[in-house]
Design a protein around this ligand. Sequence first.
Ligand SMILES: Cc1ncc(COP(=O)(O)O)c(C=O)c1O
Length: 425
Amino acid sequence: MTNLVGDVSSAARILPELNGEKLFIRNGKGAYLWDDRGRRYIDTALGFGAVLLGHANDAVNAQVAQALADSASPSWAHVREHGAATALARHTGALTKVMFTNSGSEAVHLACRAARAYTGRRKIAKMAAGFDGWFDDVSFGNVTSAEAGFQDGARPSTERTTLIRFNDFADIERLFTEDPDVAAVLLEPMLANAGCIMPLPGYLQHVQDVAHRHGALVICDEVLMGFRLFPGLAGLREGLDPDLASVGKAIGNGVPVSAVVGKPHVLAGFEEGRVTRGGTFSGNPLACAAVTSTLAQLDSQDYAGLIQRGDTLRDALENRFAAQGIHVVTSGYGNVFGIWPGAGAPTAGAPAAGAPSTYQQASSIADPAFSSALHLALREAGVLVMPSPYGRLYLSFEHDDDVIEEMIAAFDTAARRMSARFATR
Ligand SMILES: Cc1ncc(COP(=O)(O)O)c(C=O)c1O
C-alpha cells in the first residue's frame, strides 16, 4: 500500500516497470540522472522540458540557494522581482508587461482571464489535442479525449472553451462565423504535446489574422516552446504579433516558475486593480533568482549547435530503426521531437517524410505498444524517454557530441531488440 495516489504526483510520471522494478530517481547532473541503485541514464524528459541548461546547473543552484538563505517567502515586494521581470521582458518584444506565476497551467489560466477581462467575452478557443495545462477549462479536448477527435463531427464546446482543428485553415474561419463569444485563441508554435505536429506554412499567421479580424486576442502558449529555439518567444520568430503569451519551463531551468507576458493595454486591468490575481508563491524569490540566472546563461548558448546535434540524432535513429526493418519518422525540432512508428520509410534529405500534420493522422499511427516497448528497451540501454506515443524527447545544452553518440548506440540496441516484434519486412 502506498500513500501516494497512483504512486506519483503527476500522471505524466507514470512508467511501466522494467524487469519488475520501478524507477526512482535520486539525483541528476547535466544530461544525466541516477536512480536509487546508482544506475546512470541519459535523460530526455528533462523536467518535461524545463531543464534546458542541464540538470542541477551550478549558477542557477547558487542563485536559488542564496535566495533561499535570504528567505523563501518574504510576502512583501522583494529585491529580486523587478530584475527578473526586466530580464524576461528583454526577450519578449512588444509583450513588455510581466506577471509571475508558478506553473505553466497557472500562467495559461491567468492569460485566459486577462483575455476574458479585456474583451468582455467568455470563451477560449484552443487547439484540439493541444495541451495548455491541466486546469478545468483548457484540459477540455486534450490529446486522446473523444472531443479532441471531433468524434461526432460537430465542434466540441463548453461554456468557456471551444476547440479548433490544428492545421485546418477553414476551421478557424468557421469558428468565428459560428461563435462571436471568443475572447482569445490559444496558439502553440507547434502542437507539441500531440507528438510535435508542425504547423503548415502560414497556418499560425492565418489563425492570428482571423482572430484579430474578429476582435479576439491571440495568446501564444509558449510554456513548452518559449526559449527553446532561441532566447525568446518562438511565435515572435514566426513573425506573429500575439497580445499575450504564457511562458514557463525553460525560463527557470527546472525551478518552478512561469509567467504571463502581455502588451501593456491588455494587462492594464490588473495594474488598475479591476481584474483579480493572487498567489502566495507568485514571483517568489527562488523563482525570480532562477529566471535571472537562467536567462543570463541562455543568452550565450549555441542554439544552432544544439539543434544540429539533435537533427543528427534524429537522422541516426531513423536509420538505425530502418536497418532493423522498422520504419519510424521523427517530427519537431532537433531539441524537442516526437517519434512516430510505421509512418513511412525515411527518404534521403527528408527525414520527416510521413510525419503527421494533423491530429487525425497522428492518432491513426500512434501505437502505445511501440512507445512503451521503446521506453523499456532504451531504459535498459541507459536512456530515459517518455513512454507515450505523444511524448517528446528533449535535449539540453549538456547533451554534447559524446552524449549524442551514446544515445545513437542505445537506439541501435533498442532497434535490434524490438525488431522481432515490430519489423515490417
Ligand atoms: C504548451 C503547454 N502549456 C501549458 C503547460 C502546463 O504547464 P505546467 O505543467 O507547468 O502546469 C504545458 C506543460 O507541459 C505545456 O506543454
